[in-house]
Design a protein around this ligand. Sequence first.
Ligand code: AMP
Length: 380
Amino acid sequence: MSFTSLGLSPAFLKTLDAEGYSEPTPIQKEAIPAVIGKKDVLGIAKTGSGKTAGYVLPILHNLQTATVSQHREPTVLVLVPTRELADQVHEVFQTFLPALTERLTCLAVYGGVSINPQMQAIGKANILIATPGRLLELAGKNAVRLSSIATLVLDEADKMLNLGFKEEVDRILALLPPKRQNLLFSATLGDDLSRVQQVVLRNPQVIKITDEADEIDLIHQLAYLVSEEKKGPLLRYLIKHGDLKQVLVFASSTIKADGIVNKLLKNKIHAASVHSKLSQQTRRDTLRQFKAGELRVLVATDLLARGIDIEFLPCVINYELPRSPKDYIHRIGRTGRAENPGDAISLISPEEMDHFQLIQKKMGKRVKTLSGDQLDLQGY
Ligand code: AMP
């Protein structure tokens, strides 16, 4: 099946070809015609499924046929939970924008960087990608009006609709025209769908690509039961002994993440951290380096658990478990893409064992658990 048979303008073909997208992914096959048909969509598919292009392409297609230039304010709004995801989505829009005959602009706005350039540019952008806090700040300063938004996308929708973002997202929704197209995409959906129904009101097309369980089967999960003080040596053992070339390590706090990086560096393992206490420029540079394969170990907090796409990432290590079982699934989902099974290794201290049992129960899968304390970690 080709992209044009989904109703997509041939104008995109050259770029699709250059990007190596020879045929649409399953989510794209369903989402593209639905979005072109102006339907509301609830798409459940994990990162790596091509969901971003699944909404970017038909949105651009629709903009091409709409009279966008008459609007001197944004008509498309994509809300995302993290700055990194904002950059990633922005990149996909930028890739395909040149295919359009009309010159449209796309802007990502988020906190942690100077607001002034965003104030200047935001009102004129046709497509806006934003984290909620900064968008509200800009709207509060009258830098942008959201009354012409015709299409709203919530990427990582379950995160955007849960308690942490509820108040901000509600305030943004109140600024949007009630009549609009709503597109919600998420790798997981919570049990409570009432929030989703509040946003996607108009009989949405529900697209569910695979069961979480099927996706999880692509990941080789393994756990080591290990005392807290031996987690550091075990981590270094796994990296050196396993000759791991690209590892994403999750830690429970910013301080922990930096501590792990320091120890890795002392042991001559090239590592850096990404977390909320670092400048946006540092976060961006480090993530770029890691994605490009120039950094062996990236240590992150749950900031990177969602939505971030790292091609062929072979291994994720949980230095500590996340509090929520759902975040465990999001974290390990950074690896294990179709045809590329990945490894997810968790280091479990005796205190975390009960919690790990709970995670396994929620996931419906038992994880092989080895004893880390029995390994010879001398010299690591
Ligand atoms: P996403 O799920 O949106 O994070 O996308 C995951 C990756 O798949 C990105 O690196 C895209 O460039 C890539 N991708 C998206 N659509 C296609 C396609 N039709 N064919 C090949 N790669 C694709």
